[in-house]
Write a protein that binds this ligand. Structure first.
Ligand SMILES: [Ca+2]
Ligand SMILES: [Ca+2]
Length: 510
């Protein structure tokens, strides 16, 4: 809903023909419509701005600004009023602003212990500095525009805290009892007191349209602005001072301004005036003088500090800052240092790998030499085995000899039997045969003993332990052999005894 209202409070007070538009229902459309336009060029204007952390000078003044009343500038904020009763304060630019289009971003806090506060805070663009007065700490009958943050509900309509835009041509007396509602060109209800983060107001005057956006201080996001109000076709003075003021009444709030940032807006395609060209010679001299004073003060303070702290080594100011060349050289140097470190690390790793490699090579070499020794040992053992085999062969030969001699003994026994069968054997012959057999058996026994000594203790002869011989198929064990011999002998004797008994029995029959 847009309502156009022409307000003429007095016959000559209609210099400002203003269109008041309420934007409660279609605010989104307006923001969307504005965003489709090409954005204006925006340039920060330090001479109409202040902000922390070095907001005020050592003498308590704000560069390019004047303050009055109870305002107390400090390093990071200006306390326009403390939370005491009936306080008034304001801060104004020293010089007028003559930009066609501008934007002001004001960050502030209104905080007090009461559920309600007073009186409020105002942002101004006026043809004169309203250093003192009843309208939120500033002069009434102002010529220009005021954006009011009215904390106290004077008319009791429970519509405060509120934000309102009031234009004035210098004739209008502010309608305090009605909280300015009869004069407001635009308004919105916003509680800006006691917020977790500072409240921000962005006031844009562009192409004769004044827009107020508010960041309500619920988030730290600086760009989280909400639309508050907009005034179309608004005429404001060509030149004016920016100001911010505040006042307390029976109730009191702290009104602290953290920053006031002014931007010059230029339509796209329009050329920006050079910043230097716009400064008159006398102003330049004045600021130069201010700068020199500041420099002298700084030097003096530095000297004082040196005197007070002689133990602190004096560092030339040049050493504290670096030029572009220094920075580039430093970056190159740091880069090279980094490369150097990387190469060193690579070198270390390579050395480690080489060590490892050497270790492996030595291990492999040891293994190879060990295996060679083993092979040699195996060859040695083969030789020993050869000797053993030879011994075994000798044993076999001896056994063969034994067998032969045994065979011979058997043959002799057989021959004796043969001779004994046809002819009856005399006792003498039998005894002779027996002694021969006994001799043979002795020979056999000796041979066996000889074999046993050779087989039983081969290590005694060689003086060193031989490796175990490979398992050979055993032809004839010593014990078996002895058993065999004993059985044979027993059988033989029993046969002889049996034979002689039979012969004796036969003789009895003859
Ligand atoms: Ca009020
Ligand atoms: Ca009210």
């Amino acid at each position: 809903m847009a309502v156009s209202i022409g307000r003429c409070l007095a016959a000559d007070a209609c210099l400002l023909i203003l269109t008041l538009t309420f934007h409660h229902s279609n605010s989104d459309n307006i923001v969307a419509g504005a965003s489709t336009e090409e954005a204006p060029h925006r340039r920060f204007e330090y001479k109409y701005s202040f902000k922390g952390p070095h907001l005020s000078q050592t003498d308590g003044n704000i560069p390019f600004w004047v303050h009055s009343g109870n305002a107390i500038p400090s390093a990071d904020q200006v306390r326009i009023t403390p939370s005491l009763r009936s306080q008034k304060g304001s801060v104004w630019t020293k010089n007028t602003v003559n930009f066609d289009h501008w934007e002001a971003e004001v960050t502030f806090r209104v905080s007090g212990r009461g559920r309600m506060g007073a009186d409020g805070l105002a942002i101004w663009f006026t043809t004169a500095q309203g250093l003192d007065g009843p309208v939120y700490g500033a002069a009434d009958n102002w010529n220009g525009i005021g954006i009011f943050f009215d904390s106290f509900d004077n008319d009791g309509k429970k519509n405060n805290p509120a934000v309102l835009v009031v234009g004035n041509n210098g004739k209008l007396v502010y309608d305090h009892p009605n909280d300015g509602t009869t004069q407001a060109l635009g308004t919105c209800l916003r509680d800006f007191r006691n917020k977790p983060y500072p409240v921000r107001a962005k006031i844009t005057y562009y192409k004769k349209t004044l827009t107020v956006l508010i960041n309500n201080g619920f988030t730290p996001d600086k760009d989280d602005y909400e639309f508050c109000t907009k005034v179309d076709k608004m005429i404001i003075p060509q030149e004016g001072y920016f100001g911010i003021s505040a006042a307390t009444g029976g109730l009191a709030d702290d009104h602290d301004v953290l920053s006031f940032l002014t931007f010059r807006l230029t339509e796209p395609g329009q050329e920006l005036p050079a910043p230097e060209a716009e400064m008159p010679k006398e102003e330049q001299d004045k600021y130069q003088e201010e700068f020199e004073n500041f420099q002298q003060e700084l030097d003096k303070k530095k000297e004082d500090y040196q005197k007070e702290h002689p133990e602190v080594q004096r560092e030339p100011i040049e050493d504290m800052y670096e030029s572009v060349n220094d920075r580039e050289i430093r970056q190159v140097f740091e880069g090279q240092n980094q490369i150097h470190l990387e190469i060193k690390q690579l070198h270390r790793q390579l050395a480690m790998i080489l060590d490892e490699q050497n270790r492996y090579v030595s291990v492999v070499t040891d293994e190879i030499s060990k295996r060679q020794v083993e092979l040699v040992g195996q060859v040695g053992s083969f030789q020993e085995m050869g000797a053993v085999v030879a011994t075994q062969q000798e044993i076999l030969r001896n056994l063969n000899e034994l067998r032969n001699s045994f065979h011979e003994s058997l043959k002799q026994i057989g021959a004796t039997q043969h001779q004994a069968n046809p002819v009856s054997m005399g006792t003498y012959e039998t005894v002779q045969h027996f002694s021969e057999i006994q001799e043979h058996l002795h020979v056999v026994k000796r041979n066996i003993e000889h074999l046993i000594t050779r087989n039983g203790s081969p290590s005694e002869n060689q003086g060193e332990k031989c490796p175990d011989p490979p398992k050979m198929p055993s032809c004839l064990g010593t014990i078996h052999f002895l058993v065999f011999v004993v059985i044979q002998s027993v059988l033989f004797f029993s046969y002889i005894v049996y034979k002689s008994q039979q012969e004796a029995a036969a003789k009895k029959f003859f």
